[in-house]
Structures are given as C-alpha cells and as structure tokens.
Write a new protein. Structure first.
Length: 187
C-alpha cells in the first residue's frame, strides 16, 4: 500500500532532513555550526568521564550490522541533556558508580534502517542473541521499533550505571537452565 504524503508530513520530513544534514555532515565529521546553534553538543565536551558503548556503529547490535547514520563513535545530545547527565554522573560517582551511554541522538536514517530491518521477517540472524523470546513481526506492536524516535530530538538516552572500577566488555551469551526449567540465552 503506497504511503500518502500530506503537506504536514512532507513539511515535517523536510525539516527533519534539514536538521539531520546540519547535525551531521556527509562523512560524520564534526558538528556543524548550525547544529551547535540549535543546542547540540558532543557529550564528551560536557563530561568526558561518562563512558560510552555505542552499539549501532558496529555489528554488535540487534540488526547485526552497522546502522545507517552512525558514522562517528561519539554521543551527540542537546546541551541541556548533556548537562543533566553530567549532574547525574557527579552524583553517582560520589557513590562509586559511573554512567554508560549506549545511544543518544539517533538520525532519522537510523530509524528508517530499524524499520526496514523489522519488516524483513526473513532476517533472523540475531534472534537468539538479542530477542530470543520476541517474534520479530511484533516489534512494532510491542513498541520496540517505531517509525519515529524520541532519540531524533537529541534528548533521549539509553544508559546504565556500573561500578566506577568496572570495565566494559563485549556482550557475552551464556546458555543455562533456570529453576523453572526455562532454557535460553542470557546476557
């Protein structure tokens, strides 16, 4: 079924395209002056102590390949969001912990890549590793994949907290049987 474009959806898509073009130059180079004027910064400029583990720039993610739009291994956020993370980092650091950011600003090209991946039901390469108990065809209805992402505004972050003395390591899968008899892959 063809997509019907309205004036409003075309205008919104065009504006998102313009913002994307100004946030990231063609080769993933430095943030443009325009992006900075709109409040975007690199997280490491605001707080270099926050760790990152950006999975979408590599094949180590649920898609199984580098995701379109992730050309540089840096976290881009609005300055307000980055400053908020800095305050949280300072607070958790006092207790011996550290923030780890997995994803932040997400280009619309990445969202479109996720949508294409989710609609290709034949591609099950990463199922056992990343979504063993979820039917890929239900990614949209369960809310795991969406046509638009809050990440594209630059203030949404996927993160965790680890002990400050811990090191990051690649995802490792172990198979085990739980007490209830369930057998599967666990991270």
């Amino acid at each position: 079924m063809p997509h019907i474009f309205t004036k409003k959806s075309m205008k919104r898509s065009f504006l998102l395209l313009i913002v994307y073009c100004f946030v990231f130059l063609q080769n993933g180079a430095a943030l443009s002056d325009y992006a900075r004027s709109k409040g975007f910064v690199y997280l490491h400029e605001i707080d270099p102590t926050i760790r990152t583990s950006l999975r979408y720039i590599s094949s180590e993610n649920f898609v199984g390949a580098p995701v379109d739009g992730y050309e540089k291994n840096v976290v881009v956020l609005t300055k307000q969001a980055a400053e908020g993370l800095k305050r949280v980092q300072q607070r958790v650091h006092r207790d011996g912990y550290c923030l780890v950011v997995y994803d932040a600003y997400r280009p619309q090209r990445a969202v479109q890549h996720f949508v294409r991946w989710a609609k290709n039901l034949d591609d099950q390469i990463t199922k056992s590793r990343y979504y063993p108990r979820i039917e890929k065809g239900k990614c949209f209805t369960l809310g795991y994949i969406a046509e638009r992402s809050g990440h594209s505004r630059g203030s949404t972050v996927d993160l965790t907290i680890i002990k400050a003395t811990d090191t990051l390591h690649p995802v490792q899968i172990s198979k085990c049987t739980l007490l209830d008899g369930f057998y599967g892959n666990f991270f």
